[in-house]
Design a protein around this ligand. Structure first.
Ligand code: GFB
Length: 316
């Protein structure tokens, strides 16, 4: 057990969807949270991170800072996805170690697994086959992060751990149609189509790929659970345990939003990996399970979208 009482936790990436969910979740723990804006600390600069860690002396770090995006962004900006993620994680691991921070939780992604891994994907599937080409740059960087945690544990005895969340969604998500993941994109498209009374809305690809989704508040809860209870060199999957086809997700989103038009497919856009349902067994055996159903989560996210800037105008 890692007792969070009176501990100081640095949530790196606190402005992002996962980081902000972590800050919300940590409010119910007896710990203090430190954060740094991009203007205060540029995570791509080793010296700035070292100064910040020396000055604030956190007991633990949650590394939720990352360059993230949906399938098109990953496919379009490979250099940014590999460089930004590699440099941020390498800088933070090394600064943590130099300052004597003995606890660090690194966040990866389900795309670290081979494109055609047996389903549901267990932790052991890592590095057993070729990656999905649309996001191999991001995946390689995230695999390097897992290996950083393992290496600092092996060489220096640091208690650094890794969690691999599945596709996440929720309040604070990115709704930009060019860079977002599928779920916020569908909410935005269905909402705009409803307002404009469009006869159809466009879904990328064939609609047959299957994806697993987890609400970000469930994810934050699992991450705090792991920070408090897990110590080990192997990464841990964090998922909901169920998946569905993109076309089924589209119908669910349309029902929640109240859009009744036709769904058509843009086959010029990539499908990506056919399926990536992770095995949740390791986390379940430790005693954690998710609480937010996909339908409830989509409803809550749509409500958040409507209140946010993106939903305020009709020309979305
Ligand atoms: O969520 P998504 O962008 O990323 O796309 P991945 C999932 C599936 O939804 C793909 C389809 O088959 C898309 O073609 N899709 C349908 C759409 N309509 C849309 C749309 O309007 N927007 C988007 N974005 N997709 C990402 C990786 O993969 O998942 C990252 O690229 C990361 O590295 C992340 O791992 C969790 O699930 O394919």
């Amino acid at each position: 057990m890692y007792d969070l009482s009176n501990k100081k936790i640095w949530v790196a990436g606190h402005r992002g969807m996962v980081g902000s969910a972590l800050v919300r979740r940590l409010q119910s723990e007896a710990c203090s949270v430190v954060t740094a804006t991009r203007a205060e600390v540029d995570l791509k600069r080793q010296d700035e991170i070292e100064k910040f860690v020396e000055a604030t002396r956190p007991d633990a770090i949650i590394l939720a800072a990352a360059k993230v995006g949906g399938i098109l962004a990953n496919d379009s900006y490979p250099a940014e996805f590999i460089y930004d993620n590699l440099i941020i994680e390498a800088n933070i691991f090394e600064a943590a170690h130099r300052a004597g921070v003995d606890r660090l939780l690194f966040l990866g992604s389900s795309c670290i697994y081979p494109k055609l891994a047996p389903q549901p994907i267990s932790e052991e599937a890592l590095l057993t086959g070729p990656l999905e080409p649309t996001n191999e740059w991001y995946a390689i960087a995230k695999i390097a992060g897992i290996k950083l945690a393992e290496a600092y544990r092996k060489q220096y005895g640091r208690d650094y751990i890794s969690a691999m969340p599945t596709n996440l969604y929720g309040p604070g998500d990115n709704f930009d149609l060019n860079s977002s993941h599928v779920l916020p994109a569908l909410i935005r498209k269905a909402h705009a189509a409803k307002l404009r009374k469009d006869p159809h809305m466009v879904v990328w690809g064939t609609g047959t790929p299957r994806r697993e989704f987890l609400h970000v508040d469930d994810c934050a809860d699992a991450l705090v659970f792991l920070l408090k209870t897990y110590s080990g060199s192997q990464h841990v999957n964090v998922g909901s345990g169920t998946d569905l086809e993109i076309i089924e997700l589209t119908r669910l989103v349309c029902r929640v939003v109240g859009y009744k038009g036709e769904i058509i497919h843009d086959l010029s856009k990539p499908d990506g990996t056919p399926r990536k349902l992770m095995s949740n067994k390791k986390l379940q055996d430790m005693g954690w399970e998710p609480h937010i159903s996909l339908e409830d989560g989509v409803r809550a996210t749509y409500a958040w979208f409507l209140q946010s800037e993106n939903g305020a105008g009709s020309a979305v």
